[in-house]
Ligand binder design. Structure first.
Ligand code: G3P
Ligand code: MG
Length: 230
């Protein structure tokens, strides 16, 4: 089965530093995380960058869409995927790479992401885990680079989850820790999947989820969750 750490820092350590920045990855490492989660999308000119939203407004105060901006016009503190990988190499961090395509770029974003990982991911780090809410992105990733493990992101698990994971060859399910039920956790584990939850920042809640069989907790505050689980 896919081996994951007990805790992954969400967007780095988003409780303590600007999300999805090199500073956030450093903060996550400083607070004990051995892996981080990042969101990858493409600029207008096809450069994979690390950014959650379609727009730069919330995080950068710039009212423009990522899909309409060339990399050269993005603020320097928005890292490329390659700059992020170099930072992970320096810190010894593993990574859950969430493919977060802008509308209509599901397959292209996946292709560019896995091509970049193939070229730049250091062999001495644990292999990255790909994830996405978009089935088309995971299918494209599998077609181009089947060697990378995949987890399907499903916010609200319904009975059809297994056909979706099988269709994209996923070995993990990443779901909302607030919506996950105990029977569903048992079902996913019994089917042999790695089970991760997001975004849990409360130690007692994380402990209860691990008690339900969750393998990995994705959190903005890795120090808090590590302290609760250890
Ligand atoms: O990958 C877990 C989590 O990041 C999924 O939701 O919206 O924070 O990217 P979101
Ligand atoms: Mg994410």
């Amino acid at each position: 089965m896919l081996q994951l750490p007990k805790v992954i820092g969400h967007r780095g350590a988003a409780a303590y530093a600007p999300e999805n920045t090199l500073a956030s990855f450093r903060e996550a490492s400083r607070r004990g995380a051995t892996w981080v989660e990042i969101d990858v999308k493409l600029t207008r000119d096809g450069v994979p960058i690390v950014m959650h939203d379609a727009s730069l407004r919330r995080t950068m105060g710039i009212d423009r869409l990522v899909a309409e901006m060339p990399r050269a016009e993005l603020p320097a503190d928005v890292p490329t995927l390659e700059q992020s990988i170099a930072c992970f190499a320096e810190l010894g961090l593993g990574c859950n790479v969430e493919i977060k395509p802008c509308e209509g770029r599901e397959r292209e974003t996946a292709r560019v992401t896995v091509e970049t990982l193939r070229r730049a991911w250091p062999a001495r780090l644990p292999p990255p885990l790909l994830s996405s809410f978009k089935d088309a992105s995971l299918a494209a990733a599998r077609d181009v680079a089947p060697e990378f493990d995949r987890a399907l992101l499903i916010d609200d698990l319904q009975d059809g989850w297994r056909s979706r994971t099988d269709a994209v060859g996923a070995v993990g399910v990443n779901t909302s820790g607030k919506r996950l039920t105990a029977p569903r956790a048992v079902e996913i584990r019994a089917a042999g999947f790695a089970l991760s939850v997001y975004t849990i920042n409360d130690g007692a809640v994380a402990k209860a989820l691990v008690g339900m069989g969750v393998h990995c907790v994705i959190t903005d505050a890795p120090d808090v969750i590590l302290a609760a689980l250890n």
